[in-house]
Design a protein around this ligand. Structure first.
Ligand code: GA4
Length: 317
């Protein structure tokens, strides 16, 4: 009967909390933050942090250097395009046929080869500051979930072999007269979940980021260039046995303004074994995922298309 769909949309009847906007977590109040972070990770897999301690001069400096790079002539930028998904790319995302209205620089670990020494060293300093923020957030997660030791998650980001990815994106304005758009804003970066543990994103004042709620609704994320947006990624969903949600997200382009974003993807060392944390499995509950190494997950994930559900491959049953 039709009644069913009415009930599905009613947040009270479905026991889902109604969406009241992106959760904002003030990191200067850690005792509150640890509980609010856990709630946000369970409800949306997404939240914004303020009073994060990352110096804003460093953020602006990186944005300036980044725009300096993207403003270069195309032939200059193409010199930074090595024959793999790292370095400079435009339009293509990954290696399996995904495209977007985007150009970007993609780096791994501590290696940021760019056109200028200043750019490379600012990128390195920024990634270090954001990695520390990631560790702080994962420690609050551990405290909020009452799992021990406190560094059970954060140690994977601080490990010298941590598999870090860093991405600088530029979405040029996309006028709607282009044939691909059909009157709708075209996609800058298609819908997907991030494979790692957590992602930490910052953008300029241009909107575009959207997240998908558990009922399938897409909601726009209002830009805030002084804050950071945190995503729960696939591995954190696995380690919490599905309690935290790896957030599906995408970026739509703007007709007039260009958007620039900088994203740190915190991954563990490649040989780290990933499985649900025992103390998070309630009596009578089963582990939902097979154990795998990050290397296995990443190798599989990089063969998939952006929008694919990579987690289901490692799901039991
Ligand atoms: C999504 C998150 C990060 O941007 C990224 C992306 C990577 C790429 O751009 O090369 C992937 C994508 C991301 C997941 C599936 C594969 C790999 C593109 C793609 C189709 C750098 C990452 O680590 O995974």
């Amino acid at each position: 009967m039709v009644m069913q769909s009415q009930n599905q949309n009613n947040p009270i009847l479905t026991n889902k909390r109604a969406f009241k906007g992106i959760p904002v977590i003030d990191l200067s109040c850690p005792d509150d933050a640890k509980h609010l972070i856990v709630n946000a990770c369970q409800d949306y897999g997404f939240f914004k942090v303020i009073n994060h301690g990352v110096p804003l001069w460093l953020v602006s400096q990186l944005e300036n250097e980044t725009m300096g790079f993207f403003n270069m002539r195309q032939s200059e930028k193409d010199k930074y395009c090595p024959p793999n998904p790292l370095g400079y790319r435009s339009n293509t995302i990954g290696t399996n046929g995904d495209v977007g209205w985007i150009e970007y620089l993609l780096f791994t670990s501590n290696d940021f080869p760019t056109n200028s020494k200043t750019f490379s060293s600012v990128a390195k300093e920024y990634v270090e500051a954001v990695r520390k923020l990631g560790c702080e957030i994962l420690e609050l997660v551990a405290e909020g979930l009452k799992i021990e030791p406190k560094n059970v998650l954060s140690r994977m980001l601080s490990d010298e072999k941590a598999d870090t990815v860093f991405r600088l994106n530029h979405y040029p304005p996309c006028p709607d007269h282009r044939p691909t758009t059909n009157g709708r804003n075209p996609i800058g970066f298609g819908e997907h979940t991030d494979p790692q543990l957590i992602s930490i994103a910052r953008s300029n004042t241009t909107s575009g980021l959207q997240i998908c709620l558990s009922d399938g609704t897409w909601v726009p994320v209002p830009p805030d260039h002084t804050s950071f947006f945190i995503n729960v990624d696939d591995l954190l969903q696995v380690m919490t046995n599905g309690r935290f949600k790896s957030v599906r997200h995408r970026v739509v382009t703007d007709k007039l303004k260009s958007r620039v974003s900088m994203i740190y993807f915190g991954g563990p060392p490649l040989m780290e074994k990933i499985s649900p944390i025992g103390s998070l499995i309630e009596p009578g509950e089963e582990s939902l995922y097979h154990e795998f190494t990050w290397f296995e997950y990443k190798s599989y994930g990089y063969k998939t298309k952006l929008a694919d559900d990579r987690l289901s491959f490692f799901h039991k049953g």
